[in-house]
Design a protein around this ligand. Sequence first.
Ligand code: SF4
Length: 483
Amino acid sequence: MIDTHCHLEMQAFDSDRNEVIQRAKDAGIEAIITVGSDMKGNIGSLELSGKYDFIYSSIGIHPHDAKDFTEEVYEQLKKWATEFRIQNTPSLTLPPRGGGKGGGEQSKAPSVQIPKVVAIGETGLDYHYDNSPRDVQKQVFKKHLSLARELDLPVIIHSREAQEDTLDILKESGVSNGVLHCFSGDMDMAERVMELGFYISIAGPVTFRNAKKLTEIAGAIPDDYLLIETDAPYLTPEPLRGKRNEPAFVRHTAKKIAELRGVSFEDVARITTLNAKRLFRIGKLLQPGEITYRIRDSLYLNITNRCTNRCSFCVRFQSDYVKGHNLKLSDEPTEKELKDAIGESSKYREVVFCGYGEPLLRFNLVKSLAGWIKERGGKVRINTNGHGNLINRRNILPELKGLVDAVSVSLDAPDEKTYDRICAPDFKNAFHEVVSFIKEARRYIPDVQATVVELEGVDIEKCRKITDELGIKLRVRKLDAVG
Ligand code: SF4
């Protein structure tokens, strides 16, 4: 996990900063962004990111202190950000100064001494306290945005009770790389900032009993836009509310978000870590495509990236990642590789042939592997576009009897014309064949359901009429909600 926003440089940590950092490490926190909010804090943040390899700096002036922002302050921020931005840092694990010779104290020297600036901020607008005049806050916010743009760094934004002005300034700036930290706006604001390309970071208040609006937002933000943070030393999550906050406590926020999204803690940790790495360009992204991946308590098999549709909503065309898993395959996996990766199939709720493509393009492998999984007490589901019979030029469903427990077929449309428009299939009459596939599947597979994505121009009720007639359940999927 990555705590994308805290203030470790603040006085609140003076008495035990090293212990706090050690506890974060022990809790599995992979990286921390410590965010300067005034000049003293910026210096402290730079010192910490120079001292610890897993701590990174963001520098800026908080809207509370916008009244103290001067041209000299701007020049100093620019100088630091230019000199220490992460692209200019030769290595994150530099040897200790002096060559690291000898033992004793010197061998314990931290491995990094060059600060690592990964963002501009904390900047933005705060109309709740109005500690600086609003017109000054706006000017200073704009200066930060232009600096971020000039240096190609993401921006960390504080926006409290200043929704419209924040959006107007962001739009006008043309900046589309950053995060709304400790998000406190409404769903409309969340959607509008995501449209501009910004991430939404959720902090401890999501765990508070009265956080109805925030819990709804934390449950609904698409995976690709979600970040987590502590904002330590402030906003300690439940059940530790009342204590000073610290990066290790981000786990409680992640746990609550997992509960709200109906996924596992590990899913939230993986998704938000990937997003933080992408945004702040830190650490390594997962390189090779994963051939099996876990979501909640099911195991998914990624056997091909090929497909016989080109659906307008397909996430493959937007990202290589699903729930933080890289699914871009360089080669299709062999049966042996898949068996090795699956291991003990009975420990999963189900093993799902899914991936970033149409699994029935590899029908022989699906059949053989499904049999192997069933022999070991596992349950098998196939997520398919329903082209299996067209692809294999025969009715394959009798061959799946006893091997597959459930199948989920993408119906996607109520008629041929709509289907052709949104799915762009390789085959003629594909919609008709999908419906026939569903009908036939009911004869051989115990649990058959269809799915449709909520899209403009797709009449869900007409789709439901079809599935009702077929005697199966229709699952309506939200656009961009995968896994
Ligand atoms: S059927 Fe599935 S994998 Fe194929 S293009 Fe459509 S959404 Fe993507």
